[in-house]
Design a protein around this ligand. Structure first.
Ligand SMILES: *Cc1c(COP(=O)(O)O)cnc(C)c1O
Length: 377
């Protein structure tokens, strides 16, 4: 039987090639053109007032901290509360800016627990970075309220959350900054790209400079826009990074965005199928999903005992699940946090991400579910 893999991104090939052809015919593959078109399409679709397209989600998270640090006069050694259950990018960027990652524990949604967050707040806490694991909102609103009431910034790592809606609002529109990833295997895949969405317009203006080496006007505006006679001239206000996105990635993302809601609907249906296969089986713990929100369902996760052995057995049956994530405090570089988040630690030993992608059929889901059930001790 065909192996079933964790992820298998689907691209609308002809539609995508048409968008890329547009870039090639115009002779414009860099910053500007499609990146601007995608930013506009993204803002229209999600309701974010600001959005800047970048070359990765990691770059977006870094810039989020960089700009909030500049704006708020935060100091080296100040603290950012974060989760141990995430891709290391979330926590690396805290160190890029010489802040201290302070780990808070998760709740049954595997997202940050507002009580644990409140406990970890100190006079040096400047921000909380909330990760919507797999598209789950967890206690998003309560964590946001803790931040608001304590005067702390709320950063959303929305790498898994493109097309996650709370009522009629896209998740993150009430955050100080939300960062998305359009990495090759995310639910809106390109090859590598990301988006940073600041709530404040002045920070959006600033981030365009920070993502392009501090340069105050992009080449597209100077070349094709209404740049006047001195179109070659630009100024550099401060140091910056080479983090902006390009038009080829934006072309791929534009097509992905057109299909995003339909794709996420399919993902939610796959999740319901999985749920129905496991209902009533006490050996499998489903991850709690709050009511009344539409998840992107980037991941479908369950918790089982003897996870490592279960995965080996599933591999033998041709099923290749994943783990999101190892407890970051188990890594040598974050060892100082070991033992501080028991819930995340025990979840990290038991979680398993089952195959979740648009090529899966009802039959595939049954086969994966059966393989998991057969692999349990
Ligand atoms: C993928 C991911 C990132 C980083 O995104 P890139 O686009 O790969 O840089 C950050 N946080 C989480 C939770 C992720 O899954």
């Amino acid at each position: 039987m065909e192996p079933i893999h964790l992820f298998s991104p689907v691209f609308r090939i002809d539609e995508t090639l048409d968008e890329i052809r547009d870039c090639l015919e115009k002779g414009w593959t860099g910053l500007g053109f499609k990146t601007l078109e995608f930013e506009e399409a993204w803002k229209r679709h999600t309701g974010f007032p600001n959005a800047h397209f970048l070359n990765s989600g990691t770059a977006g998270l870094h810039l989020a901290l960089r700009l909030l640090k500049e704006d708020g006069g935060w100091a080296d050694g100040d603290e950012i509360i974060t989760t141990p259950l995430t891709f290391v990018a979330t926590n690396h960027v805290i160190l890029y800016e010489k802040f201290m990652p302070v780990f808070a524990d998760v709740d049954e949604s595997l997202c940050l627990d507002p009580r644990s967050v409140a406990e970890r707040i100190s006079p040096r806490t400047r921000a909380v970075c909330f990760v919507g694991l797999g598209g789950n909102i967890g206690r998003y609103r309560e964590v946001l309220e803790v931040c608001r009431s304590r005067g702390i910034a709320f950063i959303l790592d929305a790498a898994h959350m493109a097309g996650t809606w709370i009522g009629r609002a896209h998740v993150g529109t009430d955050a100080d900054v939300a960062v998305f990833s359009f990495h090759a295997v995310k639910n809106l895949p390109t090859a590598d790209a990301g988006m940073v969405c600041f709530r404040r317009l002045d920070l959006d203006r600033e981030v365009r400079k920070w993502a392009w080496l501090g340069i105050d006007r992009d080449t597209y505006g100077r070349t094709l826009g209404d740049a006047g006679p001195y179109r070659w001239r630009y100024s550099v206000d401060h140091v910056g990074f080479k983090y902006h996105g390009n038009s080829v990635m934006a072309a791929i993302a534009l097509v992905g965005l057109r299909h995003l809601e339909r794709d996420n609907t399919i993902r939610r249906e796959l999740a319901e199928w999985y749920d129905s296969e496991f209902k009533g089986d006490s050996r499998i713990t489903l991850v709690h999903q709050p009511d009344h929100f539409l998840s992107s369902r980037h991941l479908y996760q369950v918790l089982v005992d003897d996870r490592d052995e279960v995965m080996v057995r599933m591999n033998r049956l041709g099923i290749f699940p994943g783990v999101h994530y190892a407890d970051n405090t188990s890594f040598p570089m974050f060892q100082y946090g070991a033992g501080s988040c028991p819930r995340a630690q025990s979840a990290a030993a038991r979680i398993i991400s089952l195959p979740m992608h648009l090529r899966l059929t009802r039959t595939d889901v049954r086969r994966v579910a059966q393989a998991l059930l057969d692999s349990l001790a």
